[in-house]
Design a protein around this ligand. Structure first.
Ligand SMILES: O=c1ccn([C@H]2C[C@H](O)[C@@H](COP(=O)(O)OP(=O)(O)OP(=O)(O)O)O2)c(=O)[nH]1
Ligand SMILES: [Mg+2]
Length: 160
């Protein structure tokens, strides 16, 4: 369940976290309204142009059942350096107890240097809704039908 109080203000969901790297900050929200907690690297590493690396964070967590953590890129790194999360959004399962890694890929043209303590990505806690399959013989008809992959037109506005 997504927890909130009656005023709609979010009540933080506690996430168990083991003590991690000395001097390393826990992931933190940069502003009151931030959706993601910036997570820092636990290592010094340089990612060559075109290369990728699973960046250590030193974090081992137990996310409450019914939630996941998404590992998302930071737009500033993407725009300025071509650094993004290769598997964005990365998925941290609630039953994962290993070290959280951030899989960065360097789409830029220069090597990208990371220092321990640099904010490399952001972690977004999200509720998980699970599905179950309901086998049927036919599906209901819709206007879209089997159309997809650009079937409604290109970039031209629908309203002229
Ligand atoms: O960016 C990521 C993505 C995943 N993981 C860890 C936590 C996650 O719970 C586990 C498995 O991730 P995923 O299901 O995306 O990988 P997989 O390739 O399907 O591996 P597995 O077979 O272990 O599920 O790996 C990370 O640390 N960082
Ligand atoms: Mg998996």
């Amino acid at each position: 369940m997504h927890s909130s109080d009656t005023s709609g203000t979010e009540v933080p969901v506690p996430i168990k976290v083991l003590p991690h790297g000395e001097g390393l900050a826990l992931p933190a929200y940069a502003t009151d309204g931030a959706a993601g907690m910036d997570v820092v690297s636990a290592e010094d590493v340089t990612i060559a142009a075109g290369a990728r690396h699973a960046v250590a964070t030193g974090l081992a967590v137990a996310i409450p059942h019914g939630f996941e953590i998404q590992v998302r890129p930071r737009s500033g790194l993407a725009l300025k350096h071509g650094i993004t999360v290769a598997n964005a959004p990365g998925t941290i399962d609630s039953d994962y107890r290993g070290e959280v890694k951030v899989i960065l890929i360097n789409h830029g043209t220069a090597p990208f240097e990371i220092r321990r303590g640099d904010r490399v990505a952001q972690l977004v806690l999200a509720p998980v809704t699970r599905a179950s399959w309901l086998p049927v013989q036919e599906l209901d008809e819709t206007v879209r039908g089997e159309g997809g992959f650009g079937s409604t037109g290109g970039v031209v506005s629908l309203g002229n």
